[in-house]
Design a protein. Structure first.
Length: 393
């Protein structure tokens, strides 16, 4: 009886923590990351096109969404540092390590057409480079450069006790939170206006972790404030969702205009296109509002199950999607789509190409990750929605 009671309490805890709207945001973020990696880009022969810049802006903030979601769940009064690092090691470190070994030894065999012996055989210099890169917190494996996020995430977890203390300090006063939000936004704005000279943010180590920590704190603040708001009518929530959608479009229009002018100063002036710009933070906030307003608390159970089950695999999808892109290129699928949909620098056809290709990559990656979870338990964790799906909090 006690066992059943304890199990029911644990189940209720899991259900309280799972938020369908946040899981939807997780899926949107994953799709944006994939779209970024197959985007033809805003330039052609050194010429910037407004339609291409706008599309690039629309899909630029997947990483910011991941940081924001982290902030929704990371900080708490009973924060446990050991459990946090242990969870990262088991749910992130081990699966990514297995995948990295697979890429290191079998990538050339699967993608490049090398023999299995050639793929497995690495000179001593490759192992030296591997060790040096790991020591520098650089991902050395082929087609795994996107895993910089996990390195920055790990660095953030290393300082998470200090961040947790700071978040709890901010919670004691709305004024403190507002001052932090204002100062951090001003800092991001200054950095963007100076073309990243002020803080030199990047996709590496501390230079990625610091802006990530800022967005994580934004996620904590706005997630709590949103949950404290009084419940409203269905029509009112749809109206809020519509305003958020208009906000996403308007912010990215302003971002496009800013970036077009920045290109006139030099083609390397691209800070506004990155997630650590003030535009990225505002768009992420609007997407959060859009998702939380669109998904009602009493949404259909089947819809909730589908969203949560798919979202539970966004982490492994993120890990393997570049490998899937290479496979689809190797077998001619992406080149086929590109030849039929990409016509010059037309914004409409570029958007069609990105939507079609990103959806295929996502679905193929989802299928592979689901199969690995069911067959071998890789990336797998039991949830009330699907017993073999995994998720990162």
């Amino acid at each position: 009886m006690k066992h059943i009671k304890k199990r029911n309490i644990q189940t209720q805890t899991i259900r309280r923590k799972r938020n369908t709207a946040i899981e939807l945001m997780r899926i949107v973020g994953c799709l944006c990351v994939i779209a970024c990696h197959i985007n033809p880009g805003p330039l052609k022969h050194g010429v910037a096109y407004n339609s291409q810049i706008f599309i690039t802006c629309l899909i630029a903030d997947g990483v910011a969404m991941f940081w924001f979601i982290t902030g929704c769940f990371l900080f708490r009064e009973d924060f446990n540092y050991q459990n946090t690092l242990s969870h990262f090691g088991k749910k992130v470190g081990i699966p990514v390590g297995i995948f990295s070994l697979f890429i290191f030894y079998f990538y050339d065999f699967v993608i490049s057409g090398a023999s299995i012996f050639e793929s497995l055989n690495h000179p001593l210099s490759d192992y030296k480079i591997l060790i040096i890169c790991i020591a520098k917190l650089v991902v050395p494996i082929k087609r795994s450069g996107h895993l910089w996020f996990l390195v920055a995430y790990f660095l953030l977890l290393l300082i998470s006790p200090a961040l947790n203390a700071f978040a709890l300090y901010l919670r004691k006063s709305n004024k403190r939170e507002n001052i932090f939000l204002a100062l951090s936004f001003i800092g991001l704005t200054i950095n963007t206006l100076t073309n990243n000279v002020t803080f030199a943010f990047s996709h590496h180590g501390l230079n990625a972790m610091i802006p990530g920590a800022i967005i994580v704190l934004w996620g904590d603040i706005f997630y709590r404030r949103w949950n404290k708001r009084p419940s409203s009518a269905y029509f009112h929530q749809l109206l809020v969702a519509l305003v958020a959608l208009v906000g996403i479009v308007c912010i990215n229009v302003a971002r496009t205009a800013f970036q077009h002018r920045a290109y006139l100063q030099g083609l390397d002036h691209t800070v506004a296109l990155f997630w650590y710009s003030p535009f990225g933070v505002l768009v992420t906030l609007c997407i959060f509002i859009l998702c939380t307003s669109s998904i009602q608390q009493n949404a259909h159970p089947r819809l909730e199950s589908i969203i949560c089950a798919v979202a539970s695999l966004t982490f492994p999808i993120y890990v393997i999607h570049n490998f899937v892109i290479d496979m689809l290129n190797t077998y001619g699928i992406i080149p086929f789509i590109k030849s039929h949909l990409l016509h010059g620098m037309s914004g409409f056809w570029t958007l069609c190409f990105i939507l079609c290709t990103a959806t295929i990559i996502f679905l193929v990656s989802l299928t592979v990750c689901g199969a690995l979870g069911n067959l071998f338990g890789i990336f797998a964790t039991k949830t009330k929605h699907n017993k073999s799906f995994s998720r990162i909090r």
